[in-house]
Design a protein around this ligand. Structure first.
Ligand SMILES: [Zn+2]
Length: 163
């Protein structure tokens, strides 16, 4: 059997750098329902948020740092953390980013907030903070859903409002 002929190129190759490429966006919507076990530590954090409307962290027995969201082991010391500590409800804004929303709706602002009594930051939504007020160190307060609608999910924390 003769070997397959080598196909001739259709056109001479063009280096990418020589092309003019218009920026294009492909828009769509992907909805992916999922369910995952929260685990022992996050499960306890979410149950307390649901039952008490409060936020808790875990304190490392060695370096005493309080992690929020809680971690079963200190990231620095690698020792188990089992000392639950109430934190917040106020804290300070460390960083933020804006995410475009649907047309005619204000952009969402997502932030890293270090709650009072915590040494790490929690990522969540900022609520009704005008862009001109955004600054590192802004005092914010957790807005927790009413007890009748809390269900043990991170959405029980609606977000953070400026104090
Ligand atoms: Zn530690």
């Amino acid at each position: 059997m003769p070997p397959d002929p080598v196909p001739a190129p259709l056109a001479a190759p063009v280096p990418i750098a020589a092309l003019t490429i218009e920026p294009r966006a492909v828009e769509g919507r992907i909805r992916i329902p999922y369910r995952w076990p929260a685990g022992r530590t996050a499960g306890a954090f979410l149950a307390r948020l649901r039952d008490e409307g409060r936020l808790y962290g875990l304190r490392c027995p060695r370096c005493k740092q309080v992690a929020v969201p809680p971690r079963p082991r200190c990231l620095a010391c690698r020792v188990p953390s089992e000392d639950w500590v109430a934190v917040g409800p106020e804290g300070e804004l460390l960083s933020w980013t804006t995410a475009p929303a649907a047309p005619a709706r204000p952009a969402e602002v997502w932030a890293l907030v270090r709650l009072d009594g915590a040494d790490t930051a929690l990522f969540h939504r900022l609520l009704d903070v005008p862009p001109d007020r955004l600054r590192v160190g802004l005092r914010v307060r957790a807005d927790v859903a009413s007890p009748t609608v809390r269900r043990g999910a991170i959405t029980d924390l609606i977000g953070f409002c400026a104090v």
